[in-house]
Design a protein around this ligand. Structure first.
Ligand code: HEM
Length: 373
């Protein structure tokens, strides 16, 4: 049992087919289990003919794709996706090699209201565990990378609700600090996930073995990125904390590109909040009316809680950048850009933005030092 299984059951209760994790994992609408079990061996042999035959064999007719419910359509996209990424890793554009997959990818994209290829959610949260786990390489380190992302999915979903609530609150209300304290508990999973990754996944393995499977593919003239961890929607949390009105062009552009790989309700959340006033801006405005030595207790509590969440995000990003730097070091890397389509410098810039916002909040109010908090 993984940490993810311990956290996942709550999600199944929600009225959204994309959160019916257990059902999606169990689904095998294309009867793909035996073929996908052989994919790691095909990849090890760079056996493009076998991968092409496998993709052709699994591709359903567009009519059959159109008849699938959302749960089965997500599972079908997951299973075709492993072959799309595998072919591209060996230098073959999968849609050019198997043209009949194009209308199916488009139909599955429409049915699930997502991009017409697999995403990080297909590759991790919706991927079965154990014997049926879909993998490119079969290496335990690939499984660890998948588990790291599985660990954060449930708490980020929960954080989405908390962030929507935070956006409705003001720093003078007790609920502002309480909501931030809940978000702090939720985003801690990002720190646990990156610590797990650092301990269990070698940067050289990522750079030399995994990175190539996350290359973009061409679908009807548009490029779609592979199922990279950079699609993990931490931006959902940044958005209401600081990004919606305190972002910078580089990160704003990355978000504009990344949002399309997320779930429909998360895209709606982005549209609803991107023109809003961030928690950091609300707090700064409130503090500017007060004397620093005599802050109303609720406002002081809001500042403490906001600084705490920002510090957790900063900790994730500081640790994440260490492994990313190793994987993209000159002597190791095969690619200049990350699998999310952005250069490594983006990580430095997002870390700086997170740190600047945390420093602003911490300095503008008598917030206890990190050790005391
Ligand atoms: C060997 C492991 C990893 C490496 C080498 C790596 C590398 C990178 C790189 C280079 C980027 C920049 C954007 C891009 O890819 O185009 C990025 C972004 C990102 N990665 Fe990773 N990553 C790893 C694991 C993870 C894991 C396990 C998670 C989450 C559980 C994660 C979450 C993110 C997020 C959220 C971003 C967006 C930028 C941000 O919010 O700071 N990464 N990663």
């Amino acid at each position: 049992m993984t940490l993810y299984d311990l956290a996942a059951p709550g999600l199944d209760l929600r009225d959204e087919p994309r959160y019916r994790i257990a059902e999606i994992r169990a689904a095998d609408p294309l009867a793909a289990d035996p073929v996908l079990a052989a994919v790691p061996a095909m990849n090890a042999d760079a056996d493009v003919p076998a991968l092409t035959v496998a993709l052709r064999a699994l591709t359903p007719t567009p009519e059959r794709a159109a008849s699938l419910g959302v749960v089965d359509a997500l599972a079908a996209m997951r299973d075709l996706g492993i072959l799309l990424g595998s072919l591209k890793r060996h230098g073959v554009q999968p849609v050019a090699a198997v043209p009949e997959v194009l209308p199916v990818l488009e139909e599955l994209g429409r049915r699930t209201d997502m991009v017409p290829r697999d995403t990080v959610h297909h590759y991790t949260a919706w991927n079965p565990l154990g014997r049926r786990q879909r993998m490119y390489t079969g290496d335990p380190m690939e499984g660890n990378l998948q588990d790291a992302v599985r660990m954060v999915f449930p708490s980020l979903v929960a954080a989405l609700g908390s962030c929507a609530e935070l956006a409705r609150r003001e720093p003078y209300e007790a609920g502002f600090a309480h909501t931030l304290d809940r978000i702090a508990q939720q985003v801690k999973s990002m720190v646990e996930a990156i610590d797990f990754t650092i301990a269990q996944v070698s940067p050289v393995f990522f750079a030399r073995e995994m990175r190539s499977y996350f290359e973009e593919i061409d679908v009807a003239g548009s490029d779609y990125l592979g199922p990279a961890a950079a699609q993990v929607p931490l931006w959902l949390v940044d958005l209401t904390l600081w990004q919606c009105d305190r972002g910078k062009a580089e990160y704003d552009a990355f978000l504009d590109d990344s949002v399309r790989y997320s779930l429909p309700s998360w895209r709606a959340h982005y549209q609803a909040h991107k023109g809003g006033v961030s928690a950091v801006s609300k707090l700064s405005a409130a503090l500017s009316w007060e004397s620093a030595n005599r802050l109303p207790p609720r406002l002081a509590a809001s500042a403490v809680s906001l600084a705490r969440v920002l510090r957790i995000l900063k900790t994730f990003r500081a640790r994440h950048i260490t492994i990313a730097r190793k994987a993209y070091a000159d002597e190791v890397r095969l690619y200049d850009a990350g699998s999310g389509g952005a250069p490594i410098e983006l990580l430095r810039s997002v870390l700086d933005l997170t740190r600047d916002n945390e420093t602003l909040v911490r300095r503008s109010a008598p917030v206890p030092s990190p050790r005391a908090a």
